[in-house]
Structure formats: structure tokens, C-alpha cells
Design a binder for this molecule. Sequence first.
Ligand SMILES: Nc1ncnc2c1ncn2[C@@H]1O[C@H](COP(=O)(O)OP(=O)(O)OP(=O)(O)O)[C@@H](O)[C@H]1O
Ligand SMILES: [Mg+2]
Length: 406
Amino acid sequence: MSNKGQILAVDDTPANLQVIGETLRNAGYTVATAIDGERALKRLQRYQPDLVLLDIQMPGIDGFETCRRLKAAPNTQHIPVIFITALSDTINKVKGLQIGGVDYITKPFDCAELLARIQVHINLKKAQLQLIQESKLSTLGELVAGIAHEVNNPINFIYGNLKHAAQYHQDMLHLLELYENQYPDPPQAITDWREQIDLAFLKKDYFALLESMKTGTERIKGIVVSLRSFSKLDESEWKTSDIHEDLNNTLTLLSYRLQANSYRERIKIDKNYGELPLIYCNPAQLNQVFMNLLVNALEAIDAKYWHEQDNVKDNLEPPQLIISTAIEMRNGEKFIGIHIQDNGVGIPEEIQPRIFEQFFTTKSTGKGTGLGLAIAHQIVTEKHGGAIACRSELGTGTEFIIFLPL
Ligand SMILES: Nc1ncnc2c1ncn2[C@@H]1O[C@H](COP(=O)(O)OP(=O)(O)OP(=O)(O)O)[C@@H](O)[C@H]1O
Ligand SMILES: [Mg+2]
């Protein structure tokens, strides 16, 4: 199958549909057809092409009305529509463009012109996604690098001073011991105070307390390092990189979402990392891919546990993410395979073909933009020459596989 783009052609004359279909298929597009506006809209509920070619004069609702409805529905409004019609007067052309068409071609059409115009609009749509992706990436990158920088300094004061605090305390304890040895019978007020503060406990607990402060600051320092390498702002874009390090950094940033909560236990992470060479890639972009896939997986797990009743939950397997990597053969070539598998809600079979589409989401408005997988797809396939695939079973879980060329 070609990947030049998918087009839905709508025309009530079968002969026209046939000519258009043949022209487009020969040029490398995948084509679906509909013989009137209502059927086209119905089709669009389940299938999202890159572009719609729309006749205007049709029985039932005409092309203008079809376009109006398509532009009014949130899940189809971003699909570009080109009118293709025998109505050649300016009033109709203007009307078509006003209600949201991106172009207007009159019949009889010239094949080369039709193909050229279609390609322009498909390219425009791709460029739009790329712009969104780049602006999302750079704002996120800048934000993350900024926070990392701001947190880094104060945490270093604390970390650096903990060493001195321990040393000073040790010195004071030593002084206290000297006093105790030299003056074994102190006045009553001193004995009372020593009992009141439970000196023996205080001596021991003070070190435990410093130790836990040290562990805490070390954890924060780890997060700062992950944030910096996640944004990779201080490094050149394309370089050789360790995929495992990148995966681990992204997981560190998400660790707050793994914690146990009121409706499920802690999400377990299983890592089956194979032997991988360093690969030449754009780590900031790949981190974005890992982040998008991991967030989806966590959301799918949360969705599963959130809905289930307590008595059902006891029979569910514990929430789990499995991340595995290996060198794998694909179509006779060696690739790095990265598998991200969750045991969340799974994806219904009928929507699986649509998940990589831009703006396709099953999450409520405001929660999902439907761009996560579209961006991941673009980064993996177009930027890195790899591939991304998905296997899923409703109720059992989902596995995404990224293939990166060596
Ligand atoms: N691991 C998964 N398990 C179940 N469903 C998934 C999983 N990953 C993706 N999906 C489905 O694919 C849809 C599209 O995912 P995508 O990441 O592109 O958008 P989103 O998560 O809805 O929004 P966002 O732009 O915030 O990422 C999701 O709405 C969801 O229905
Ligand atoms: Mg997502």
C-alpha cells in the first residue's frame, strides 16, 4: 500500500469516481469513495483521510452542505476539502472557499493539475503538524531546562551544606563528651535538661535525619539531571545516544505517576533491556516519543483501575509496564526494536486504524489533544526512517513497538 496519502472522493456519477480513483491510485494515493454527501459523512465517522475531494451537485445534501457539516464536527473539521465540480462561476467558487474548502477545481479537470493541487494541500497539512510539534517541543524543552536550572542551584546549597552540618554536629558531640568526662557530676539543671531532651536518642536520630535529607536531595539532583538530559537543550540536536539512558530519563520524570493511589497499587516497571549499540538520532525528539507512549500507557492503566469495582479489582493482575529492547530483523534489515507494553484498557479493534491520526482522541475535551501518537509517528518514521506499530487487545493491554534503523 502506498503512503503518499489517503483521499476520500465523493461524486454521484460512478464514471467520474472511476476516473478520479484511477488517476489518484496511479499517482500513489490510497482512495476511498462515496456516492453522496450523507454516505461520505457517515464514512468519515470511522475513517479519516488526509483530504476530501468533493463534488457539489449531488442528490440529497449537496457538496456545500456536506462541507459545512464536515467543518462543524470536531473530529473532521481539520480535514482539507477540495471541491471538484462543473459549476465554474465565480459565485460558487467563492461560496465553496467561504464555507471552508481549501481549493476549487472545475470539471473537466486536468489530471496533472488535480494531482499538483492535492499534493500542495497534503504537504501543507504535514507542515502544520510539524510546526505544532516543533513549537510543543521547544516550549517544553525551554521550560524543562529553565526549571532544572532554577532548582539546581538551591539544591546544591543544601546538598553541599549537609556535609558541614554533620561535621559540626560531630564536633559539638565530641565537646559534650569531653565535658561529661571532665565533669561527671553536673548540676541538677543540666541533668534535668539532658533527660528532658533524651540526649541518647537525639544523638542517634540526628544522624538518621541528616542521612534522610541527603537521600532526598540526591533524589532531587537525579531528577534535575534527567530533566536536563530530557530537554538536551545544551547539546547539538543530532548525535549518537544511548537509548536505554534516554528511556530511563523519561521514566524518572514520570515516576510520580507510577506511585500507588486511591484506586490502584504502584505500577510495576519491568525492564528487559538487550545489548544495543549507540545510535545516531535526535535524542530530544525520541524522548518526546517515549514520553508520549509512556503517558498513554499510564493513562490506559489508570482508566482500567479507575472504572473497576473493588471486587473485580482483586482479580485484575497488578498494573504493569514492560519495556524491552533488542536488535530485531524487519523485512530483512536489522533494527533496534523498542517495545512498550501496558496492561491497561486496550484499544477497541475498530479504532486501532485511527490512533495515529492527528487530533484523534478518545479522551474528554481538554484532556487529550490527539496529537501524541501523530507526533510520535512523524518523529519515528519521517525524522528517523523507522517504523511504529501497535498491537492491542481490549481489556488486556497494548503494546507499541518502535523500530529504529541502526
Ligand atoms: N497505550 C494505550 N492504551 C489504550 N489506548 C491508547 C493507548 N495509546 C493510545 N491510545 C488511544 O489512542 C488515542 C490517541 O492517542 P494520542 O496519544 O495520539 O492522543 P491522546 O492521548 O488522546 O491525547 P494527547 O495529545 O494528550 O496525547 C487515545 O485517545 C487512546 O484512545
Ligand atoms: Mg497521548
